[in-house]
Design a protein. Structure first.
Length: 245
């Protein structure tokens, strides 16, 4: 998968894209990263990429010209799926990340200042946000999106099951994980995880994921299918909560 990133601060990406999982994936040829400095495409002799907004208001706005010129050089045939990182975009979810991972090529545009000239949106395919908050620019959101999407690219993770076992993959928060030693400072690993009974382990993990989700993100439970055991556990949790009032 090829990922082109357009930014006025491309130097921010070096450490992230060359380290850990992303770095190993790039070395294996599973991911291909290309950074592009939008400033280099500005027609202004000072390489400016921003100007005052029409109609007045605080801050500056990224100009359309440098962005368009950069896109036209990087992706002249519109072969990439083009995404603007923006707080007004659709919120990134595991489902959306998986969809993006199936694209052969992505182009990510990092906004800055008070936003981007609206006319740039005509050249893009989507706007994506990583959450309901505002950052100083789109660089950090782009890093988050790259990391999230890459986990669904075949071969990037050490285990093909890893992406499917984590929080939100099935609509629930992830169950607690343990490793050796089995006993540490008086705290023991649950016995069910040590007995090798995979059916009991699966039920235990499902129950723990439900408990965590019910306690921390109960709204997520409304969106997932529940079996009889799930419903019985949730009813028990609700009764415990009511008794504690």
């Amino acid at each position: 998968m090829r990922i082109d990133i357009l930014s006025i601060f491309p130097g921010m990406f070096g450490g992230v894209l060359s380290s850990s999982m992303l770095g190993r994936a790039a070395e294996k040829g599973l991911l291909e990263f290309h950074l592009h400095d939008i400033r280099a495409y500005s027609d202004n002799k000072h390489r400016n990429t921003d100007d005052y907004p029409f109609g007045g208001g605080a801050g500056m706005v990224m100009m359309a010209q440098p962005v368009y010129s950069c896109i036209e050089v990087v992706d002249p045939g519109h072969e990439a799926y083009r995404v603007t990182l923006s707080p007004r975009g659709e919120v990134l979810t595991p489902k959306r990340a998986k969809e993006l991972s199936e694209m052969p090529r992505l182009l990510l545009l990092c906004g800055h200042y008070e936003g981007i000239d609206e006319r740039v949106s005509y050249a893009m395919d989507a706007e994506i946000s990583i959450g309901d908050y505002v950052l100083t620019g789109g660089e950090l959101p782009a890093m988050v999106l790259v990391d999230c999407v890459s986990r669904f690219v075949p071969g990037v993770l050490g285990s093909e099951d890893s992406a499917g076992d984590e929080s939100f993959s099935d609509g629930l928060l992830e169950y607690p994980q343990y490793t050796r030693p089995a006993s540490f400072r008086g705290m023991d690993v649950p016995e069910v995880l040590l007995n090798g009974n995979h059916a009991l382990i699966a039920r235990f993990r499902r129950d723990e994921a439900l408990k965590l989700t019910y306690a921390r993100r109960p709204e997520l439970i409304e969106e997932i299918p529940l079996d009889k055991a799930d419903k019985a556990l949730l009813e028990s949790l609700k009764n415990q909560a009511n008794q504690g009032k």
